[in-house]
Structures are given as C-alpha cells and as structure tokens.
Design a protein around this ligand. Structure first.
Ligand code: AMP
Ligand code: TRP
Length: 340
C-alpha cells in the first residue's frame, strides 16, 4: 500500500558547522526562498546530527544551530509558511536512518566522494557517523516523503544514493512507499569556489577565513576579502570558452552574475578586457548590497536566542506530525510492528 501523493514537497538542510557563506546563500538559501515564494510546501532543517559527524565544540554548537536558523530567516524563509527546525528535535530522522543503514550496501557507501574528501588520509580514525552520513541524509528527505531537494552540486551523489535507497527499499518490500526524489541543482551558482583557490570549493570549514565571504562579514571585511581574492594577471575574457580556462575569473564573474541576478554572458559583455582591479570594486559593491541586509537581520535575530529556540521548537512540532506516521508505517512494512 502506498500513501504517496502527487504533491510536490521540498526538503533541504544546512549544517550548523561554522559560519554560513555566500556559497550557502547562492547555492542553497536563495533557491529555498524561491521555492517558498512559488507556494510549494517547504521543510527546511538545520542538520545538527550531521554536524557532529566531525567534532563540534559543545559550548559553541547550540549557538551555531541558532545562527544557522537566523540565516534561513534573514535570507527570507517565512517560518509561518515553511517549516524550520533542527534535526535532533525530531527523532524520526535517526529512526529511519537506522532502517536505511540496513538497506544501503557497503559498496554504495564506499563510493561516496564526500566521505573520501572529509576523511582524507585519516579514514581509520573517522567517525562511523561520517561514513553513515548519506543514509541519515536519505532519511531526512524520505521521512517527509519529500519529492524535491534543492542543493548545491556537491550533494548530487548523496541524492543519487537517496534514490537508490528508496528504490531498494521499495523493491525489497514490494511497495511504492518511498518516492523517488528529484534533485534541484539549478542556476550558475551551484558550485562557488574558494577565493584563495579557484579549483577548490568555498567551504565554511576551510581553515582560511579569507577563502570565503561569511553571512556575518561586515562591509570592510567583504571589500578586503574581495581585494585579496586570488586572480591571474590577464584582462577579463569575453567568452565562456575563454572563461573555462580561468578558474578564478570564472568564479568571481559567476558570483557577480548570481548576486546581481543576471546571466554570465551579460557579465562577460560588461567586463570584457577590463582588469581585475576595475572589476573587483563592482563585485564588492553588489556583494555588500546583497549580503549586508542579511547580516543586519542575522545579528538582530541572534540577540534573542529564546525567540529562535521557540521558532525551532514550533517547527519541530509541525515536522513531527508528518514524520512520525511515516516511520510507524515503515516499521509496519519492515515487520517490526503489527499492521493496523
Ligand atoms: P553545507 O555547508 O555543507 O551544510 O551545505 C549546505 C548547502 O549549501 C548544500 O545545499 C550545499 O550543496 C550548498 N553549498 C555548500 N557549499 C557550496 C558551494 N561552494 N557552492 C554552492 N553551493 C554550496
Ligand atoms: N549534506 C548536506 C550538505 O552538507 C546537508 C544535508 C543534510 C541535506 N541532510 C540533507 C541537504 C537533506 C538536503 C537534504 O550540504
């Protein structure tokens, strides 16, 4: 039996590990807001259980959860319309993740590039949670029977695994209970690169703060980071083909296009033949213009931690109402529980 509906339901998550960056904003948050505006049912989650797959200082984690929540709200998530909460408040995620640990195969998990990247040469000393990270992510999504998942490019493989898990579960148990999800990886900002190295992803966990623009950086810091951003010594190119050979130019021009909501071709036309020294102040200007209002709002929200906690609690309550029956039904399908 299937209680699958044709309805579109969006789910996505962001880890509360470090400061959120413009990459999170352009690759994820901006799309979350667009989907909300389109009237789709959206569930957004601060994935704190994912964050602790690598060490998090307990004295900082709670505030990091609030901070991530504040970034969602400041970016435009309306907590009346969309559901916003942190993962550890809804135990159904961890419960379904265990079932999925018994569905996913070691061979599939061994192919996950994010684990390989994060574990590096220290594989033997990585947490089991870091290895099992993608099954928890599949559970996050499928515990709501979500159909659409907006993410940046780096999460594509995890979403393919989520589809494999849903398919295998459905096949093994002769059901169509779990939907096969659609990744939503759209726009030109699906992979923003480090400001220090155009071949490396911008990441909130990068050691160098100069590699990223945080959603908390003030105007002076943004201008400084863009001024110091690595470039080559040539004038900016005029075609996408030329741009492909210039990782730093490509990244900065992409960021400019995404922030000013225009196409890359427009940006190429506007700046062809100009030097970085001329382009960078324009990039700073649009970055400050887009990011400053978010930063101001985040700071305001962070002044009232209790209010943020209440918002997350209320979101979790709404989330549980959807997730708990799906876990109970899963237990029935698996035979852990008598069918009602
Ligand atoms: P994380 O920071 O790993 O919790 O990622 C949260 C969301 O931001 C996910 O949808 C990621 O795919 C997206 N994201 C993270 N880093 C980047 C990046 N460098 N470029 C584009 N999207 C990103
Ligand atoms: N793994 C994602 C990231 O690091 C975060 C995440 C956890 C997520 N659960 C999710 C994203 C479910 C989309 C859907 O970016």
């Amino acid at each position: 039996m299937s209680d699958k509906t044709e309805m579109k339901r969006v789910f996505s998550g962001i880890q509360p590990s470090g400061q959120l960056t413009i990459a999170n904003y352009l690759g994820a948050l901006k799309h979350f807001v667009q989907l909300q505006k389109a009237g789709t049912e959206c569930i957004y989650c601060v994935v704190d259980l994912h964050a602790i797959t690598v060490w998090q200082d307990p004295n900082e984690l709670r505030n990091a959860i609030r901070h991530a929540a504040a970034c969602f709200i400041a970016s435009g998530i309306n907590v009346e319309k969309s559901i916003l909460f942190n993962q550890s408040l809804v135990s159904a995620h961890a419960e379904l993740a265990w079932i999925f640990n018994c569905v996913a195969r070691m061979g599939w998990m061994n192919r996950m590039t994010q684990f390989k990247e994060k574990a590096g040469s220290n594989r033997e000393n990585s947490s089991v949670g870091l290895f099992a990270y993608p099954t928890l992510m599949a559970a996050d999504i499928l515990v709501y029977h979500a159909t659409h998942v907006p993410v940046g490019e780096d999460q594509k493989q995890h979403l393919e695994l989520t589809r494999d898990i849903a398919n295998k579960f459905n096949n093994d148990y002769g059901t169509e209970f779990f939907p096969v999800i659609e990744p939503v990886i759209e726009g030109i900002a699906t992979r923003i690169m480090s400001l220090r190295d155009g071949t490396k992803k911008m990441s909130k966990s990068d050691k160098s703060d100069l590699s990223r623009i945080n959603l908390t950086d003030d105007k002076d810091l943004i201008v400084k980071k863009i001024r110091k951003a690595r470039t080559d010594q040539y004038p900016l190119p005029g075609s996408i083909k030329e741009l492909e050979k210039r990782p730093e130019a490509k990244n900065l021009m992409n960021i400019f296009a995404a922030l000013s909501e225009t196409s890359l071709n427009n940006v190429l036309n506007q700046f062809e033949g100009k030097m970085f020294s001329e382009f960078k102040p324009h990039l700073s200007e649009v970055t400050v213009e887009k990011i400053s209002p978010i930063t101001t709002e985040v700071n305001k929200l962070m002044n009232d931690g209790k209010e943020l906690d209440q918002i997350l609690d209320a979101g979790a309550e709404r989330a549980r109402k959807i997730a708990e029956p799906i876990v109970q039904k899963t237990y029935e399908i698996v035979g852990l529980k008598e069918t009602r």
